[in-house]
Design a protein around this ligand. Structure first.
Ligand code: 6LW
Length: 503
């Protein structure tokens, strides 16, 4: 969902901006699909579609039912749904993922990746995270996990065969060999992994063997991709997956971050999905240069379906980019109660609570403006920029007052307030990425929060440093989500508008 469609012979990276980590890609004919991890959010595992690898549209979420995605209130932020693998075989899509706050490794299938996806097939015999699926010529299905472990499974029943065994440990001395993906390419089986940890030392390495179970010889050029130790604008590059285009060319999707500000650099959008070309030389992949503006693939680019920035809540169902925390009881979040409005009935009392009624969308641009109209005659509610329960900025309206609250770790304070204007109020959050860094201590952005007068004039209540809503401060695996909440009674939202302001 870039802010502007690419034209000419270049495309913008990330191809899927905002917190869309751990991308896994597959191709079915001329259609590509990507799945990403989603942690504590519900629905989970966003599924994207593209015909050109450059422009992606979210077509759904694979896990959109509680029977698929069980996240109890005590499931921690950055817990829940870890890295998926998405594969297409014999006319069926296969998705394997780990619920680290639930039933462990789960397998789902679908004939349409937009859904519905099946009920989970449990894999109690598969230990570890980052499960991968690969089939050999005999139809055996191999599940490879972080570590790097492997076990043969029956993907229809979840039954496992034999013991899980370590098949590679990655580069000696490198930590966290994870995100394995196994491919049969030519005469070899290739085992692609991430190692170094998903932070600044992240990298992609590969090994190959003559059978799916190894032994594997590491690529002499490992890591085949890393930005560690560079001042490149895209960092933490790793957790990759390979796909071959119909023209025979090879491409890699991977996660990366875009740190901003002074030292150490703060990333606020989470780990995003990037695209890079891959060549093959002497039986080993050679990854092209990963940059923010990439040469477009050789084929014509499809029109870019830019997601409308405004939702008037006129539909009976919410668009797939809307996410909630751990669950979304239909009775608490509905567009049916007041047609043309989104009605939220409060559960928790604030964004500090793990089961607060919240509906948000990923922040996908370094600078953006978010506006929403809220009617709080029946309660309290507002807008929030959330990283997790301990790191969020909120503007909350009640019948007589508008308050801005900042939660930064142990600090939790109302930092601004003013009497509420009569009637529904327009709340506004403006995120402005810093443009110049004259001081090493400069943060990544400022978050300006306020309301609009009836004539549209913005009345800023406060402006806060965005570093405290970054992963480098808050930790974890997600990124900012900006959305609506109810904190008492009911809050009704007439519309929500997200406007990219990236230069
Ligand atoms: C994921 C692991 C990782 O399971 O972080 O980037 C974990 N690497 O592969 C959560 O995203």
């Amino acid at each position: 969902m870039s802010s502007k469609p690419e034209t000419g012979s270049t495309i913008n990276n990330p191809v899927i901006p905002g917190f869309h980590p751990d991308p896994s890609i597959c191709r079915a004919g001329a259609d590509y699909y990507v799945a990403c991890s989603s942690f504590e959010y519900f629905p989970g595992v966003p599924i994207f579609h593209s015909r050109d690898l450059a422009h992606w549209t979210q077509i759904g979420n694979a896990l959109d039912r509680p029977s698929q995605l069980s996240l109890p209130p005590d499931a921690p932020s950055s817990g829940g749904i870890y890295a998926p693998t998405l594969r297409y075989r014999d006319g069926r899509f296969w998705l394997i993922v780990t619920n680290v706050s639930g039933d462990g490794n789960l397998l789902f299938t679908a004939t349409d990746p937009a859904g519905p996806w099946s009920e989970p097939i449990r894999l109690p015999g598969v230990q570890g995270i980052d499960p991968d699926l690969a089939w050999d010529d005999d139809g055996n299905c191999w599940c490879t996990t972080a570590g790097v472990g492997q076990i043969r499974i029956d993907p229809h029943t979840g039954e496992t065969f034999g013991a899980q065994r370590r098949i590679w440990s990655g580069t000696p001395g490198a930590k966290a060999p994870e995100a394995p993906h196994l491919y049969r390419i030519g005469d070899y089986w290739y085992l692609l992994i991430a190692e170094g940890g998903t932070e600044r030392c992240h990298g992609v390495s590969i090994a190959r063997g003559r059978t799916p179970t190894g032994p594997f010889e590491p690529c002499p050029a490992n890591p085949i991709l890393t930005h560690r130790g560079t001042d490149l604008p895209i960092q933490n590059t790793g957790h990759a997956d390979l796909v071959q285009a119909p023209d025979g060319s090879w491409w890699m999707v991977l996660l990366g971050v875009r740190p901003h500000g002074g030292s150490p650099g703060w990333h606020v959008l989470g780990r995003e999905t990037f695209l890079v070309p891959v060549d093959w030389v002497d039986g080993w992949p050679v990854v092209g240069e990963l940059s923010s503006v990439m040469p477009a693939p050789s084929w014509p680019l499809q029109p870019h379906a830019v997601v409308p920035g405004r939702d008037d809540f006129d539909m009976s169902e919410l668009a797939p980019y809307w996410i909630s925390l751990r669950h979304r009881p239909p009775e608490d979040c509905t567009t049916k109660e007041r047609p043309g409005w989104l009605t939220l009935h409060a559960r928790g009392e604030s964004l500090d609570d793990t089961d607060v009624t919240f509906v948000g969308r990923r922040q996908q641009h370094l600078s953006c403006r978010v506006r929403a109209v809220v009617d709080v005659t029946e309660g309290r509610g507002g807008l929030a920029v959330r990283l997790d329960e301990q790191h969020h900025y909120d503007i909350e309206a009640s019948a007589d007052e508008v308050q801005v609250r900042a939660r930064i770790g142990p600090l939790n304070a109302v930092v601004a307030s003013r009497p509420a204007p009569p009637g529904p109020v327009v709340l506004r959050i403006e995120v402005a990425a810093v443009q110049t860094v004259n001081d090493a201590r400069t943060g990544p952005d400022t978050v300006s929060i306020g309301i609009e007068e009836p004539d549209g004039t913005f009345v800023e209540l406060t402006s806060l440093d965005g570093r405290y809503l970054s992963t480098e401060v808050g930790g974890g695996f997600t990124g900012r989500v900006i959305g609506m909440f109810a904190s008492a009674g009911s809050a009704h939202f007439d519309w929500f508008e997200y406007e990219p302001l990236d230069r």
